[in-house]
Design a protein around this ligand. Sequence first.
Ligand SMILES: Cc1ncc(COP(=O)(O)O)c(C=O)c1O
Length: 394
Amino acid sequence: MLSNRASNISPSITLGISAKVKELKSKGQAIINLSIGEPDFLTPDKVKAEGIRAIKENITKYDAASGSLKVKEAVCQKLKRENGLDYTPDQIVVSNGAKHAITNGLLATINPGDEVLIPVPYWVSYPEMVGLVGGVPVLVQTKKENGFKVTLEDIEPHLNEKTKMIILTNPSNPTGNVFSREELENLCTNLVEKNILILADEIYEKVIYDEEFVSIASLSEEIYDKTILINGLSKSASMTGWRMGYSATNKTLAKAIGSIQSHLTTHPSTITMAASVVALNDCEEDVNLMVKTYKERRDYIESFFKDWGRLDIIPPKGAFYVFIDIGPLAEKIKADSLSLQVCDDMIELHKTAFVPGIGFGQDDFIRLSYAASMEDIKEGLKRFKTYVENVLED
Ligand SMILES: Cc1ncc(COP(=O)(O)O)c(C=O)c1O
């Protein structure tokens, strides 16, 4: 009954963990959830008010399939103001979240058999998305000593005439690392010379602490032309449930992406698009406050691991994740998947949820999300420390 496509797909491991946490909570268990991939802040009030206004004023009918002109203009203004990028509305397609924008971008560019480079550790959905559109995900292992930032050296053995695209995530989910301008320039200039497209997932752009954020398309004209810039409001404006993402590309690609979207979903909800105009133009203060709070949590977690001194982490520079090296536990825990076992133990024995690194292709790590209260972070880390000390002393 199922297509090959459907038979080959695996469910999202992160959503699976959320379901398990919900199930345990519904049985009355108090779970500390450090596995969540969404901001623990509310959507800003003025964004919500604009959504309500849109409903009241009957902005509830079809609009242009690639998104309302107003929201595409607001995206262009944002890209100019914050990233120094020149785009016109006919280069923007507004979609139902960044996930949808990425899938549209892949559908518009990938032929069956085309290879797409995906640096490991990767965000869970990329390999599945590439497979769904008939492409071949080529997993490129990166090195812990580089903070898992992919380099040309990592990529070179995988290049061949079928290589069509690379997916770069900056800041990274799951590692929280951020590329420098120099690293991006070196990498992207070389890739584009080899005629490789870049899908630049910049959804965590705003959640960044001490580093400068560099949008890949701003590096050069050649790179701009070959980049599918992906961004959205799920993380930056705490709008995960509204479903607002977008792509910015050259005009040929934008036209193709718009046509694809026109047959699949038309546009995101008109209410979301209206509210997004406010989120794009007028939410700097709210975003700054969120980032300040994330930074306090990040600082606490960094010093916790430093003081403890037992396990390494990738120094977190952006997004709201910490990637923890559980490699030292491998001698004591014999399991098919180390990270799954550790996460299972943590949830069963210590009522604390993390995401196993195996979901990101990196089984000797687990991911902690600090989109959680400081109180939960402190208690969750305390429990994790107890668990690790017990395992190592066994
Ligand atoms: C790297 C990355 N890209 C894209 C997305 C999807 O964002 P959206 O909810 O806007 O579809 C996520 C969500 O977790 C993500 O972590």
